[in-house]
Design a protein around this ligand. Sequence first.
Ligand code: ADP
Length: 328
Amino acid sequence: MTRIFSGVQPTGHLTLGNYLGAMRRWAEEDQYRADALFCVVDLHALTVDHDPARVRRLSRQAATLLLACGLDPERCTLFVQSQVDEHTRLSYLMECTATDGEMRRMIQYKEKAARERERGGSVRLSLLTYPALMAADVLAYGTDEVPVGEDQAQHVELARDLAMRFNQRYGQTFVVPRTTLPVVAARVMDLQEPTRKMGKSHARTAGVVYLLDEPDVVRKKIMRAVTDAGSDVVYDRAERPGVANLLDVLAACTGGDPRALAAGYDSYGALKKDTAEAVVERVRPVRERHAELAADPAYVDEVLRAGAERARRMARPRVDAAYRAVGL
Ligand code: ADP
């Protein structure tokens, strides 16, 4: 059976980008067609300046939201990364497989490191080695497919390279995984800066729709989205990124095709209004279910405990084999 692994970082409140790019597919498709593991990757949240209490709170909230999106613990394995030691054990072997040059070439590293420096802060070494831990996350489980948004594709590529290099040097140990992207909305853009992806840790939040935003806040953010010069509605991601982004979001929420949808609008106002309503409707059941689950923390705890136990059992033999293969 196909094995799937994917994760989400507790670095902020989960966004519409996380949902459309990744989580929704996990819940609606992946868990039904494969042996799937989904992980709140809390160790990755420590790669930038972090507040311990906030990370703990956001990890819990992310797990609760994943259940609210429809992940069924009877069908998939949901757990928190730091509860399964195999990730850090294998991460070290990945650091011993990768080169510093390939780590420095990662776009996310360059962007996040530049931002930290702009703020006058220093860059944590773990921000550079992040892809080694992510490769470990994926490879520990013999993963075939990694369903992610476009921004993570480069890291999965690196995980593939590391798996192949390790296998060649030390003998067949890892499955070489591949990325799967959503058909539309693989990269949801910030509503205020449509040339930048919508990210949960952005300082300016006006362009970021969070899954737990009140419906009226969602409407306001979408109605105030930056659109492009001109007033005709065409789908052109390079020249008209603001409008194309709204069309992508609308298409992803309603199941349509962004180019075909464009033909049905002659004003930005109408497009924004329909997009706002489509998002509110899409997210409504998730918000409702989240409220129920948040009132039952013992249930969420039990799901995560059982998930970590299952994940440990799955990862252990492969990570042990990797240690033996390198001569330890
Ligand atoms: P973030 O950048 O919001 O911190 P994560 O690194 O936690 O996101 O990613 C969780 C999943 O959500 C990944 O599969 C990632 O590719 C996807 N994702 C994040 N932002 C977006 C976006 N703006 N559009 C589409 N997918 C996204």
